[in-house]
Design a binder for this molecule. Structure first.
Ligand SMILES: *Cc1c(COP(=O)(O)O)cnc(C)c1O
Length: 459
């Protein structure tokens, strides 16, 4: 059957309508899914159909069956984990990414996609004040961005010790020590496992989860040989930033590669407000961040930045006869990240930054933090609520007295449906963790959220 215009137009028109209905419902619908996983599995339990189904019918059925099980992550009152919403320009351009279906590996084959990503990358480096000659690659998320930074570091510190890990692997290699703060994100530990580096040596942190410089100094004195220090810009519970300038200086004095996990917090560098908190950031060797968090592009999009571009390409370049390279010396997108084939996930980043401009990006970051401060103030005024962290960025961690009470209030909040905040453990206590990461959260959302918590506490 020949392709007709309707083959695509009709299902796309239905998809647009379903998507718009969903987005329109976000301000008023309960945040949590209305049906649980068992109900959703039952809804999708049909056997593989024997024959084809019309594409438009498939889209309609998908929307109808999925809706009750969707979490309203795009709502201005969703504060779970660290997720973030989606800017309109980012979402719309993400649809075009799917329609264009470029395999974003090679500059000569998909030049528009490669050029747009290169520009998006340059804008990020500019906005965050990172070295303009850095390698920048777009990964699935923060975990794989950490992977890129730490893989680059592994290769570089072993090379400095006279060992070629690409050729000779890790068996028989000098031991690479990795130091990280006690509140290192689990994704860094996961990545170290992928890299065959085992568990990091944990260094004591302070009451906000920042690595302690005295403990780091002791740890550095106690190790020798190839060394990586993994720091954090943005603690999950407190939002706090490690004392970067001094920690990086000390680590470099010991010959270490310094990686910074800034999955959501790196974006603070866009605003002069955090100049002091992020002092020294630019001096690290690699950085990881997520565009799908603070920048509010759709999943999935991490950003891997490596100051010495050669360290990244050494880890990620592959040589195969069918990869034709046309500009000698310029790294292809696939030379900077683990994937060979991938979607053009940098394009929504370009669109987000193009729509925001510099002032809009600064306002986005500052607005999230201002809403977090307002929310924390509102919560602190409710009797029985303790705000446990200094609210320095987008994260708020609260407790409601005993662990039992905190768990009960968390459950009551989720049942209530007006907000979503996630339970966690921090500093030995059950806590409720709030992340203000959605561009669309406004003062009315903050007020309704404070009311919702007050109601849950009263219950
Ligand atoms: C979210 C997060 C990660 C992991 O990022 P993913 O995009 O989920 O892979 C790593 N570090 C920190 C601090 C995070 O908040």
């Amino acid at each position: 059957m020949p392709l007709t215009p309707d083959d695509y137009r009709k299902p796309l028109a239905h998809a647009t309508a379903h998507a718009a209905d969903w987005l329109d419902s976000l301000p008023s619908r309960p945040i949590g899914p209305r049906e649980n996983i068992e109900q959703l599995e039952a809804a999708f339990a049909m056997e593989l159909p024997e024959g084809p189904t019309d594409a438009t019918d498939v889209v309609d059925e998908l929307a109808r069956l999925a809706q009750p099980g969707l979490m309203a992550i795009g709502s201005g009152r969703f504060f779970g984990w660290v997720m973030g919403g989606t800017l309109p320009a980012a979402l719309a351009s993400d649809w075009m990414v799917s329609a264009w279906d470029q395999n974003n590996g090679l500059r000569y084959a998909t030049p528009a996609a490669a050029a747009i990503e290169e520009r998006a990358g340059a804008w990020i480096l500019d906005l965050l004040g990172l070295p303009p000659s850095s390698s920048i690659g777009f990964t699935t998320g923060g975990t794989m961005a950490n992977f890129v930074g730490l893989a680059s570091g592994r290769g570089a510190v072993l090379e400095a010790a006279g060992w070629n890990v690409n050729r000779d692997g890790l068996t028989g290699a000098p031991k690479v020590t990795v130091l990280a703060g006690r509140e290192v994100h689990s994704s860094v530990e996961l990545v170290l496992r992928y890299l065959g580096l085992g568990e990091p040596t944990l260094v004591a942190s302070d009451d906000q989860g920042r690595i302690r410089l005295d403990a780091l100094a002791d740890a550095l004195d106690a190790v020798s040989g190839p060394l990586i220090v993994s720091l954090q810009a943005g603690n999950l519970h407190s939002g706090a930033f490690d004392p970067l300038a001094e920690a990086i200086r000390m680590a470099h004095a010991h010959g270490a590669w310094v990686h910074v996990d800034g999955a959501f917090g790196l974006w603070a560098a866009a605003s002069p407000r955090w100049n002091d908190a992020l002092d020294g950031l630019h001096a690290a060797d690699s950085w990881a961040t997520d565009a799908h968090k603070t920048l509010n592009v759709p999943y999935d999009c991490g950003v891997a930045i490596v100051a010495r571009a050669g360290a990244a390409t050494s880890a990620f370049t592959s040589h195969t006869s069918y990869f034709i390279r046309d500009d000698a010396g310029v790294a292809d997108p696939m030379d900077r990240v683990p994937e060979l084939s991938r979607r053009s996930r940098g394009i929504p980043v370009w669109a987000a930054l193009r729509s925001l401009g510099r002032s809009g990006a600064v306002a986005l970051v500052e607005g999230l933090a201002a809403n977090a401060r307002a929310l924390a103030e509102g919560l602190a005024s409710i009797p029985g609520v303790e705000v446990l962290n200094d609210v320095v960025f987008t994260q708020i961690t609260v407790a409601f007295g005993s662990d039992e009470r905190t768990r009960a209030v968390t459950r009551a909040l989720i049942d209530d449906g007006v907000v979503w905040m996630s339970g966690s453990r921090w500093a030995g206590r059950e806590v409720l963790r709030i992340s203000v990461s959605n561009w669309s959260t406004d003062a009315a959302d903050v007020a309704r959220s404070v009311d919702a918590v007050a109601r849950a506490v009263a219950r």
